[in-house]
Design a protein around this ligand. Structure first.
Ligand SMILES: C[S@@+](CC[C@H](N)C(=O)[O-])C[C@H]1O[C@@H](n2cnc3c(N)ncnc32)[C@H](O)[C@@H]1O
Length: 287
């Protein structure tokens, strides 16, 4: 079920409001002699990044390492794009997050239903992975796990697709269209007492105020012994493309991210880093 009564007026943080169209970007790259970037138009994933930035659909596309293309040349270029450290990190992060959520939800099982909220949920691939792994472990998540997805869904297509994919996988996913930075709105749509809040793929698009607002908004929904799972992207080789692609990433150090978590009222319990050292996944609790 998709409920659209939340605050949908916020800004999609993974995009820049003044971003150029793909055609304008192509002209800019042509006339500034950055011709190597034009090869991105031949890659399925590259075109998605150019036109949609890292929205739910591009991110989900990047979770696959299988090259896509009509012919050997476009497939080869797509393989190169999928092999960039940013996209390897996406897939390694997915594994870390899935493992973390399986362990954390299982550890809370037994004391009534466990509430897992994912925001921004995107297409919910991590949730489907968690559900699937819990089923394979024989723990019948349908009996004890309540799953909710939050997303601003500025295009109006994300939550419908997340719901469709969840339904096909047999997951009773409840979804809300809501700005994650709006504490009051978030509280209104999901209330409190969330056991596990999964917030992946948003922090790097936020300025410092936005990061603090989001962490504060999530904290106000968590149960006293609730758990936050959050990612933090380090500056890496792929970061050199963010200006050319007009992707609004902001990179801070681990220390800055950790002190923001602490100042927003969390205690860090665990820190895991992708094998390629690009993404950190934290588990934290309200202090
Ligand atoms: C990089 S995708 C991450 C999706 C998913 N968590 C994943 O990692 O696969 C970014 C998502 O953030 C959502 N988003 C952007 N700004 C938002 C905001 N202010 N509030 C809630 N969601 C937002 C987008 O709609 C998109 O689904």
């Amino acid at each position: 079920m998709t409920i659209t009564e939340g605050n949908v007026k916020g800004e999609p943080r993974h995009q820049r409001p003044d971003q150029r169209t793909p055609g304008q970007l192509a002209f800019l790259w042509l006339f500034t002699f950055r011709w190597h970037l034009l090869a991105l138009f031949l890659s399925d994933l590259g075109r998605s990044v150019i036109s949609r930035k890292y929205d739910a659909f591009t991110t989900d596309n990047g979770y696959s390492d299988e090259p896509v293309g009509d012919n050997p040349v476009t497939r080869a270029i797509d393989a190169v794009v999928r092999g960039r450290d940013t996209h390897i990190a996406l897939r390694q992060r997915l594994d870390l997050v899935t493992e973390e959520l399986v362990a954390t939800t299982l550890s809370r099982r037994g004391s009534g239903p466990v509430r897992l909220v994912s925001g921004p949920v995107g297409l919910g691939r991590d949730l489907r992975g968690v559900w699937n792994r819990l089923e394979r472990l024989g723990s019948r998540p349908v009996d004890w796990l309540e799953v909710t997805g939050i997303d601003l869904d500025a295009s109006g297509t994300v939550l419908a697709e997340a719901s469709r994919l969840a339904r096909n996988a047999g997951i009773p996913l409840e979804t809300y269209q809501q700005d994650m930075l709006d504490a009051e709105g978030l509280g209104r749509v999901i209330g409190g007492k969330v056991d596990v809040f999964n917030t992946i793929g948003l922090s790097t698009w936020l300025d410092q105020t936005g990061l603090e607002e989001t962490l504060g908004a999530i904290r106000s929904t968590l149960a006293a012994d609730g758990v936050l799972v959050v990612d933090h992207w380090r500056h890496h080789l792929g970061s050199k493309y963010v200006d050319a692609l007009e992707v609004p990433a902001r990179y801070i150090s681990d220390e800055e991210f950790e002190s923001t978590l602490t100042s927003c009222g969390y205690v860090i319990e665990d820190k895991r880093v992708t094998t390629n050292s690009v993404v950190v996944v934290y588990r934290a609790r309200p202090d």
